[in-house]
Design a protein around this ligand. Structure first.
Ligand code: UN1
Length: 480
């Protein structure tokens, strides 16, 4: 195959790696998306050195310069959303409307943080000693290492890189090995928007080589990571050992509670979208459907009807609602959990089998389990695929206690028409985010994102609170 190899960006130069990796389209294995250079550990060190060298000047640029670059890049991402969305759908497998939606979101994130670059204000007050004054300001941290997952190939790189740059940090980005194309395009766009050399570096490759070199590098002041809880713990250990700042967004086992008084249509659509949208490959997916006994049978019947109509197909096929699983490894994991649930005594109410489509891809029918309880592995471990289970409960109190009985705490949803229960749930769900009559997945880009327990660690991403992670506070005392 004669494919141009897309290179890594180090110190403003696009450089070759030790080899390259071809990116596969999960909807159609005969359609390679691109070929990408794999960085070496030495190149990661070069990237960190370049970022370190670029930091002083970049962190002292006029905020207007940083704002203009982010805004310009955001405009290009939005102008090219169809093309970038298609590339994303080809490399990740989410449907074309989801791919275009994600590219649009990435552009909006860049533009929003263009505004944040202009809003880095502080406080000033009188000191205790007469005539003295105290200022509390925020500064960039230095070099930030960014490690992103495969399930949001452009939005997550955007929502980590944009605040890092807005607040004057320099960056080494390591995107997921499965989906480098979207991250490569984002970096290319930002670089052409006018970033000085070394401010943003791209090192593609595996976690064991590139990720490892990055998290352990003494000059990386902070690492922000989205991925599995297991890998997150490794990242945290490496960072804490050398006292670097760390922010982790990890797994979920998100509950969607459906009460007897719910609007059935809303509950079914929210559960369907939450559990199976993006092929269930979201840390915000509703994987536990906790349903009150009075509506249980009607809900299950309506969900099965909805799933029968679901169009699972090539991500680029018009009308496709759900694309394929991302790769063979993830498909094996999904099938393994479907087997485990059956062995544990869960009833497979729908799906769970492999599907054939016009193109060869990783097509799995959405699986819905019933007759499950919250102690089964299917209720406790994150599958990260189109697999959800229904847990029957007697009343609201039991629903809330089952919802909170988990080691994760990213998002909790409830479908109800009761103001009393909705209000109580919002106050008492042990999660970072909560949704009423809405899918657990699908969040707005200008408000904080994050969870509790094993789902998140460190300060929040996105919105105004992003500055907590990407800046350090300085308290200055002056006797004029
Ligand atoms: C969303 O649900 O819109 O990896 C975003 C994830 C999350 C992002 C979810 N960090 O699934």
């Amino acid at each position: 195959m004669n494919m141009e190899v897309k290179r890594n960006l180090i110190a403003g130069q696009w450089v070759e790696g030790s080899g390259s990796r071809v990116n596969e389209n999960p909807s159609d294995k005969s359609d390679p998306v691109g070929s990408f250079a794999s960085a070496t550990a030495d190149q990661v060190n070069d990237a960190v050195s370049a970022a370190k060298k670029a930091f002083t000047a970049w962190s002292r640029t006029s905020p207007q310069v940083r704002s203009d670059i982010l805004d310009k890049a955001g405009n290009e991402v939005i102008a090219r959303k169809e093309e970038l969305g298609k590339q994303l759908s080809r490399e990740e497998g989410k449907t074309l409307p989801e791919g275009i939606g994600e590219a649009t979101r990435a552009g909006q994130v860049l533009k929003w943080f263009a505004g944040e670059a202009l809003r880095i204000h502080g406080d000033k007050m009188s000191g205790l000693r007469p005539g003295t004054e105290v200022e509390v300001t925020r500064e960039g941290l230095g070099v930030v290492g960014i490690i992103t997952p495969w399930n949001f190939p452009i939005a997550i790189p955007a929502w980590k890189v944009a605040p890092a740059l807005a607040f004057g940090n320099t960056v080494v980005l390591k995107p997921a090995d499965l989906v480098p194309a979207s991250a490569w395009s984002l970096v290319d766009i930002l670089q052409r928007a006018g970033l000085p050399e070394g401010v943003l570096n791209l090192t593609m490759g595996s976690g064991s080589v590139v990720g490892n070199a990055l998290i352990n590098h003494k000059d990386v002041s902070a690492v922000t990571f989205t991925g599995s809880t297991k890998t997150g713990k490794t990242v945290a250990e490496a960072c804490v050992k050398r006292l670097a700042r760390v922010q982790l967004e990890m797994g979920g086992k998100n509950p969607m509670v459906v009460l007897d008084d719910a609007d059935l249509d809303i509950a079914v659509e929210a559960s369907f979208q939450g559990a199976f949208g993006s092929t269930g490959q979201r840390c915000t997916a509703s994987s536990r459907l906790i349903v009150q006994q009075g509506i249980h049978d009607k809900f299950v019947a309506a969900m099965v009807e909805r799933l029968k109509k679901a169009k699972i197909d090539n991500a680029l096929e018009p009308g496709a609602e759900i694309g394929p699983v991302v790769d063979q490894r993830q498909l094996d994991q999904d099938l393994e959990y479907i087997g485990i649930a059956q062995k544990e005594g869960a009833k497979l109410a729908w799906g769970g089998e492999l599907l054939n489509r016009k193109t060869q891809g990783f097509y799995l029918n959405c699986a819905l389990f019933t007759e499950t309880n919250n102690n089964m592995r299917i209720s406790r471990e994150e599958v990260f695929g189109p697999v959800a289970n229904v847990i029957r409960v007697k009343d609201y109190d039991e629903a809330l206690s089952v919802a909170n009985d988990t080691e994760y705490g990213l998002v909790g949803g409830i479908c109800t028409t009761s103001l009393k229960h909705a209000t109580h749930f919002k106050r008492n769900i042990e999660a970072g985010m909560t949704m009423v009559n809405l899918p657990t997945a699908g969040v707005d880009y200008f408000v904080p994102f994050g969870g509790r327990k094993n789902s998140s660690y460190g300060s929040r991403e996105q919105g105004e609170l992003a500055r907590e992670f990407f800046t350090v506070v300085k308290t200055a005392y002056t006797r004029p």
